[in-house]
Design a protein around this ligand. Sequence first.
Ligand code: SF4
Length: 755
Amino acid sequence: MIFDIDIIRSFYKSLPGRIDGIRDLLGRPLTLTEKILFVHLADYSGLKGLRRKTDYAEFRPDRIAMQDATAQMALLQFMVTGKDQSAVPASVHCDHLITGKLGADADLKSALGINREVYDFLSSVCSKYNIGFWDPGAGIIHQVVLENYAFPGGMMIGTDSHTPTAGGLGMIAPGVGGADAVDVMTGMAWELKLPGIIGVKLTGRLNGWTSAKDVILKLTGMLTVKGGTGSVIEYFGDGAESLSCTGKATICNMGAETGATCSVFGFDEPMSNYLNSTGRGEVAELAEQNRKNLTGDPEVYAYPEKYFDQVFEIDLSALEPHINGPFTPDRAIPISQMKEEAARNGWPLKISSGLIGSCTNSSYEDISRASSVFENALSRKLSVRSEFIVIPGSERVRTISEEAGFLEVFRKAGARIFANACGPCIGQWDRGGNESRGANSIIHSFNRNFAGRADGNPDTHAFVASPEIVAALSVAGNLMFNPLTDMVLSSERELIRLPEPSGPSLPQHQFNSEISGYKPPPDDRANIEIKITPGSQRLQLLKPFREFDEKEFHKMPLLIKVKGKCTTDHISQAGFWLKYRGHLENISDNYMTGAVNWFNEKVNSVLNVLSGKYGTVPDVARTYRDSGLSQIVVGEENFGEGSSREHAAMEPRFFNVRVILVKSFARIHETNLKKQGVLTLTFVNNGDYYKIREDDWFDIDGLEELVPGSKLKLTLNHSDETVEYIEAGHSYNENQITWFKAGSALNIIKNKTVT
Ligand code: SF4
């Protein structure tokens, strides 16, 4: 058994008493989110006064999951702390570094060769520090966690922004940066500003072409990519109970696209069925005995406006399939409006590729329903007009889908089956022909569709939909096709209406109980050597960052004033650069290369004030650093939205970018920057963004006296010798100020370990 049944038994044993105690203390009914958060508090003494979205609290998560791209840096940081093992159960999943090209077997073989030293490093670190290791090909982190580790009422953190997938099994599961994971692995509590809670009541039943994915596609449109920031989304209502467990997981997964801390559903029968089906009958039984503690109190759901900060309602019976995009996941388009939208915006209509799978939508239910679309099409002499790719989420799902004949249906239609890994979802897609392809449309069932994310081509218009809608539009080969109303022409020149998709949510018999690709840590770990090839271009041991020195915050040039959207993909691109995730110096060469410079509207072209010439962002940043200068980066709204990758926070620190000043931050990125000792500031007046000139020099005073809630004065020294002052706010608490002063959060842990 690879999950921690003893920990789970003891968790459920003490759960009723703890929740009753919390309810008595607060004197009111509790949401599910509060129950889970509060039973995981490191210290109950301040519970009564805790204010949502205002006060920080410390938590003790039950476990940690890390994917290979982020685990490298997280574990390199953990090594610096001098600890001898992870303080909580943890696992590493090799899923991000496998490029999809020819098909599962060939691509996996190629990845094993190319990434050998990284896999050897991760495997040896896991063995050394008592961490479970999942081989490449075993599956995508969130699917593997759902199948093996997640349990209702638990709390985990993961170094990936789609960790919230485990909310489909009733877990509070935020995505975090590697430095947060290191805190927890060293035995420290995990700090989070107590989130707000958004209640989403689901009524009715899904039907026809609509699936669980459409719930989150619609909600993302309602909330936008910022609307969930700082909140947990809690689902309830009879509609919620009607959704399969994996459907719930899809909704929680893509909740990350609203900026939400995470999402969660209460324990119910579909979760119990899923636990049983994946061989965790005892967990299902224990959760069943605790049912009322694993959902919100009845008063909360009867009067949701009293207990949630915001309430939304979605009627599943009336919900239409949605297609979101292009270029942003919150552009939600009901399928009946796509013809008009596509024509009005001049989007390429031919669908060049359809892709299903990823951690968002690769359950047995997803694959069975999408394959039914193809089966229906083939039996009616329809061919699939777009290239089609299937990415199973795990080896268990792949095996059972193969046994059920679903994958064979896809193959018959000409589809390729990629490895059980992220692949095209994170730019690991050797698509070929991008130079000549130009503007084109793809449709996929992943969660993100930022420009260039899937294939590196900024002109690829990526649309997000459910697997069954992706399958239907791939059959028609056209973005305007609506399977609810339109027909497709068969090879016999007959107009055919595609029947509605169908498929079970779970296999008739249990998933294969044999877990392949898992390597448990050995009992005797004393003599295990961590493998890093000397002179490696992929892995580099870390050196601690320097402590705070106020002098460094004077005479700082502007590195870049970013115009518009700046996601972690703009700050530190994935794709090609994934291979350097364990080598800070090498990966820093991608710093901000995707961001648009406000002054010349160009990407990766900024003024070097020392030479008066333009250069790439990394080159100019390096020149400033090597000249002994600190630097400042300026940005707009929701800066750093997207993934949890902390490289986006370590790269600026590596280049001596000491200040990021923006209109607003995305939560994970702001915390990541704080942990690396970068000063995160927000404009008090957003209009001051326009006062900043390309060749300004900045001074910041008063940092020695930085306290929570204080304001800072920034001096802009213009080249015409005029001076302007602007005010900046910050969200540092006392603890975070100590990180800043120490140079990084890691420096504090290291010092504690040494003393
Ligand atoms: S969102 Fe994509 S890249 Fe991220 S874990 Fe899921 S499949 Fe992998």
